[in-house]
Design a protein around this ligand. Structure first.
Ligand code: 13P
Ligand code: SF4
Length: 352
């Protein structure tokens, strides 16, 4: 059957339901919370990146997994699933820009220079990263973390007498370090664009964490003035934000945590409470629809344009291609990267 942009939404939904019925238990659909509400409602499992990593690793029955999110999440499923299972992504060009802010050559160069100082470093890569960086951590005694377990990950590194070398999200690293009592003076920021040929190897003797200069364009858009405005407009409103927001925003908010933390905090709050939410707006809209007993507003309307490259129409196309055996391209990861990235992902699942 053909599909194009003029296909009415109602038809698309019906065809998705029909394809899903025919594929039965051989198909599992995973979606991140930041996906469009229609995709969220069509998925078998919806979660944040940690939940989806676990869920992907537990799928044994399904032959095909369709992952609706940005591409590194589909790659993560590819790495964690068995080789006989096929993983598909409706729009492989939907890449997370934060994940592209650290590339392997720059990380290896930083690692070489920083470890030459004699400090015992342990690499911790945020899940929003390419597979080869996860593999780098697997090879160098490190692991992956998500926003839901970044604190546990850093605590683990410190408990081993090592210094976390955390990349690529500076704000998550800084907010987590602050929550553990590490001050800005004790943090060294590695800038991949800085030429250190003149200054030489940095002095990190007194540093307790090494961070990377990378950021999420969606979350850094929230401003302290948004919080002031929400409080002015709504009075006693709870402000809850994602830790990819800048430290000044996290410092002013009432609560900060991963997407699943935000979801459970709001869902378990008393009826009638008010919430201003500083994270991706599709998620905020779903939460609002599911919690009509509370006042829920986005702290600012910030959409992840990259997540939204996955549309209902592209999702339908993947399902129909699988059903009709039309050679839908699978998600692939270099086998060597996959092997070591799996080590780093499994270490994360074991320690958190
Ligand atoms: P979560 O780990 O909260 O799912 O966040 C992923 C992400 O991309 C946030 O921008
Ligand atoms: Fe990447 Fe930010 Fe989009 Fe999350 S919200 S997928 S970190 S760009």
């Amino acid at each position: 059957m053909t599909t194009d942009r003029s296909t009415p939404e109602g038809d698309i939904r019906e065809r998705i339901a029909a394809a899903r019925k025919k594929l039965g238990k051989d198909l599992v659909v995973l979606a991140h919370y930041y996906q469009n509400i229609d995709i969220v409602r069509s998925a078998d499992f919806v979660g944040d990146s940690l939940q989806l990593a676990r869920i992907a690793s537990e799928q044994r029955e399904a032959g095909s997994i369709v992952f609706c999110a940005v591409s590194f999440m589909a790659e993560m499923a590819r790495i964690l699933c068995e080789t006989r299972q096929k993983v598909f992504h409706p729009e492989p060009s939907a890449k997370c820009p934060l994940a592209e802010m650290a590339v392997i050559d720059d990380v290896e160069r930083a690692w070489k220079l920083l470890t030459a100082t004699g400090r015992h470093l342990m690499p911790v890569v945020y899940v929003n990263s390419r597979a080869d960086l996860k593999a780098f951590c697997g090879k160098n005694g490190g692991f992956v973390c998500t926003s839901a377990n970044a604190k546990k990950a850093m605590e683990y590194v410190l408990s081993r007498g090592a210094v976390p070398f955390f990349f690529p999200d500076e704000n998550l690293g800084r907010n987590t370090a602050h929550a553990m009592g590490i001050s800005d003076d004790e943090i060294f920021l590695w800038d991949p664009f800085e030429d250190i040929s003149d200054t030489g190897v940095p002095d990190i003797a007194a540093k307790k964490a090494i961070l990377w200069r990378g950021f999420c364009y969606v979350h850094v858009a929230f401003r302290p003035s948004d919080i002031e405005q929400a409080r002015k407009t709504h009075g006693e409103i709870n402000v809850i934000v994602h830790p990819e927001c800048t430290p000044d925003v996290v410092g002013l908010a009432d609560y900060a945590g991963s997407t699943s933390y935000i979801k459970s905090t709001v869902e378990t709050a008393a009826a009638g409470t008010k919430w201003a939410i500083g994270t991706e707006v599709n998620f905020v809209n779903c939460l609002k629809a599911d919690n009509p007993d509370k006042l829920i507003v986005p702290l600012r309307e910030c959409e992840c344009r990259d997540m939204s490259h996955v549309t209902l129409l592209k999702f339908l196309t993947v399902l129909e291609n699988i059903l009709e055996g039309k050679g839908q391209p699978e998600v692939t990861v270099d086998p060597e990267d996959s092997r070591y990235a799996k080590v780093a992902l499994e270490r994360m699942l074991a320690i958190t």
